[in-house]
Design a protein around this ligand. Structure first.
Ligand code: FEO
Length: 164
């Protein structure tokens, strides 16, 4: 029988991961419309990852004989002032998700739910990577500034991201 507090918090996290999926799809659509197909590709791969994250929580709840409950997903915004603004928001969003994962870990520890703690370790490490990768891109875009050549090169580089 799954701990009810953990079940409820994990269901909320499914919604947060699906919103992340939606947010990155919205960023991809915006970048695509700006002719930045490489950056749009990077965002689509990121969105796919978020869907996988949501599924991990779904599978865990099922494995623990809990009940999955889907809630409405908030609409993301559809426009960003620049690629830098989009990636900055992605970095801030990842920091927010890390905070949520840490709070889930706090709850799992308080509830002495050892399987949940073990499960969440993967996400703690994953969030370190998620923050690092978005921050690295923010740093490069800041370096590039208004240079069209620089943006072109960044678009090319980000277009090479492989599916994880
Ligand atoms: Fe699922 Fe980007 O955190």
């Amino acid at each position: 029988m799954m701990n009810k507090k953990i079940e409820s918090a994990f269901n909320d996290q499914i919604n947060a991961e699906l919103f992340s999926d939606y947010l990155y799809l919205a960023m991809a659509a915006h970048l695509e419309s700006e002719n930045l197909k490489g950056m749009a590709h990077w965002m689509k791969v990121q969105a796919d990852e978020e869907f996988e994250h949501a599924k991990r929580f779904v599978d865990f709840i099922h494995d623990r004989d809990g009940k999955v409950k889907y809630a409405a997903i908030e609409a993301p915004k559809g426009k960003w002032a620049s690629p830098l603004e989009a990636f900055k928001e992605a970095y801030e969003h990842e920091q927010y998700i890390s905070k949520r994962i840490h709070e889930l870990m706090d709850l799992a520890i308080a509830e002495k739910d050892y399987p949940a703690q073990e499960f969440l370790h993967w996400f703690v490490s994953e969030q370190v990577e998620e923050e690092a990768s978005t921050l690295e891109i923010v740093g490069k875009l800041e370096m590039v500034g208004d240079s069209k050549n620089g943006l072109f090169m960044m678009d090319h580089e980000l277009g090479k991201r492989e599916d994880d």
